[in-house]
Design a protein around this ligand. Structure first.
Ligand code: GLY
Length: 553
């Protein structure tokens, strides 16, 4: 009898291991409804989560040109139910002519060259990266995934209030470059809410990519990019485009209160900061402290302070920084040592003798996907600044990034104004600039619990961390986890940035502990999916974009 029971239990276990946990209501959450709908339709047609993410990302390049892109780069984290998690790094790469002193003019740091010239354009990774993810885990034909983007570019779409306001705000910049002004205005005048934005050159580029993605790197699109860079002192050459490869990297893994954390490895610092901070926080009873309480904000800020200090010291492109001590930084033992340096009710002091931070760049965007089988994708990509370099490639209709601005300013350039000159993140040929993007998937008992990510420059890991704490420690639903007021600490400058919604009493208590505070209206724009009782629950962040999009399978 006991043997039969044992046999039955073993059989049940074997069957449950083979049957992927299903999720009611697959969904896509992104910063734009039209893009999310493009992804959800792909899911309805039997596409994989990666298929949906690819379709959503291409559609975002059309309907959210501030950050959705062909001319930028990013990271795609995938957790299929029937295979191991994977991570595609399609971060932009510096061209062969790059070097650590490239932002200096006669030995003096040249801010405009670093952030606003064609020299700041990295070799774009988005097209190659999305194709690589599709090649590995796609189910529908590649060309099918570009159909919605092609249609939205060719037929146009009606601008929402947000989209029209965002384009109007950039008009003075667009005026500096005729082809960009022509694409994003009505004969030089601002487009208004309800106007139709048609992008014919972009549609033609997307059609070429749908026929053969290599067109971007070796075909007509490549030639259009090269003509522009040659004529305008850009550094990208044909060999740089031809040499670009996305990199399949080991997912950065951690554990938090029994959950599995899947996160971004270098060249992003997102996973290191997130996991190191979570390891420190695991030693505290945050639930008892309460969400938004002085103790919870203090402890999370102190954890972030320490994780960001390590980021600054050690992180950069792994191909050029072979001695990054990630095993140690992400160990529970190290977290214990760091916890020992945190006082429960007194702010630490960030050593100010090293360096402060460069100013943050605001635009990046995130999308989260889950399908009915429970496969998930977390994708963050960027042009660096809002609308990147704010100039399209003439004839190709897409915006170029200014991502190389994420490299440090130059060797030994560290100063109190925020310049950094430490070696791990100096520019170099083929090198990828250090990122803060933090696509995350949290797994509970073998099934996806949370998919999260956000834009926000250096504040991205803090925003993502808080979505985790809100769900795991404070038991919030997806909506509350996204809406709860946020905060951020990045070691230097030595202060906590808090959203205006954080309670006045908490702010006063933090100041009494010795924290310096700065108040911002909004931090980040998280796109979150939470799975509870087998039901997917999505929350699109309304902080930046009131009509952010959530679409169900
Ligand atoms: N450009 C934003 C980031 O990579 O963190």
């Amino acid at each position: 009898m006991r043997n039969r029971l044992l046999l039955f239990l073993l059989l049940a276990l074997a069957i449950s291991a083979q049957t992927p946990p299903s999720v009611k209501g697959g969904m896509v959450v992104s910063q734009e409804r039209l893009a999310s709908e493009a992804g959800a339709q792909v899911l309805r047609e039997g596409g994989s989560a990666v298929d949906a993410a690819v379709a959503t990302a291409f559609a975002l390049a059309v309907v959210h040109p501030a950050a959705g892109n062909l001319g930028g780069g990013g990271f795609l984290l995938s957790r299929p139910v029937d295979g191991p998690p994977s991570f595609v790094d399609f971060r932009e790469a510096a061209p062969g002519a790059a070097g650590p002193r490239m932002w200096l003019k006669a030995g003096v740091y040249d801010e405009a060259r670093h952030h606003r010239s064609l020299a700041s354009v990295g070799v774009p990774g988005t097209v190659a990266g999305l194709h690589e993810a599709w090649r590995r885990e796609g189910r529908l034909p590649w060309a099918r995934l570009l159909h919605p983007a092609i249609r939205l570019a060719r037929e146009g779409f009606l601008l929402s209030e947000n989209q029209a306001a965002s384009l109007a705000e950039q008009l003075p910049e667009f005026r500096k470059h005729g082809p960009t002004l022509a694409q994003f205005s009505r004969d030089g005048l601002p487009l208004r809410t309800g106007d139709r934005l048609v992008q014919r050159d972009l549609a033609r580029t997307l059609v070429r990519i749908s026929k053969d993605w290599r067109d971007f790197y070796r075909g007509r699109t490549a030639r259009l990019i090269l003509r522009d860079t040659r004529e305008n002192a850009g550094l990208i050459r044909a060999a740089d485009l031809a040499a670009y490869r996305p990199v399949l990297r080991e997912v950065l893994r951690g554990r938090y209160r029994g959950l599995e954390v899947l996160a971004a490895p270098p060249p992003s610092s997102g996973g290191q900061v997130l996991i190191e901070a979570l390891n420190i926080l695991e030693g505290y009873d945050l639930r008892a402290a309460g969400a938004g309480s002085p103790a919870a904000v203090h402890l999370a800020s102190e954890a972030l302070r320490r994780a960001f200090a390590d980021r600054a010291r050690f992180l950069g492109d792994p191909a050029f920084n072979l001695d990054m001590p990630l095993d140690r930084l992400l160990s529970k033992a190290y977290a214990g040592e760091l916890r020992g340096t945190i006082e429960p009710d007194r702010a630490s002091v960030s050593a100010p003798d090293r360096f402060t931070w460069p100013r943050d760049r605001p635009d990046t965007t995130h999308l989260s996907v889950i399908d009915r089988r429970g496969s998930a994708v977390s994708l963050t990509y960027t042009l660096e600044d809002s609308y990147g370099l704010k100039r399209i490639v003439p004839g190709a209709g897409f915006l170029l990034n200014n991502e190389l601005g994420d490299f440090n300013g130059g060797p030994g350039l560290t100063d109190a104004t925020g310049l950094i000159g430490t070696p791990p993140n100096l520019a170099g040929p083929g090198k990828r600039p250090l990122s803060s993007m933090c696509p995350l998937i949290l797994v509970k008992d073998g099934a996806v619990l949370l998919v999260s990510g956000s834009p926000g420059g250096r504040s991205i890991p803090s925003t993502v961390l808080e979505t985790v704490l809100n769900v795991v420690d404070f038991g919030m639903d997806a909506r509350a986890a996204v809406d709860t007021p946020r905060f951020h600490h990045q070691w230097l400058p030595d202060r906590i940035q808090v959203e205006a919604g954080l309670a006045e009493a908490t702010r006063a208590a933090l100041k009494a502990m010795g924290h310096d505070l700065s108040v911002v209206k909004k931090q980040g724009c998280a796109q979150v999916i939470l799975v509870r009782d087998g039901q997917a629950e999505g929350a699109a962040d309304s902080r930046r974009w009131a009509d952010s999009g959530l679409a169900a399978e």
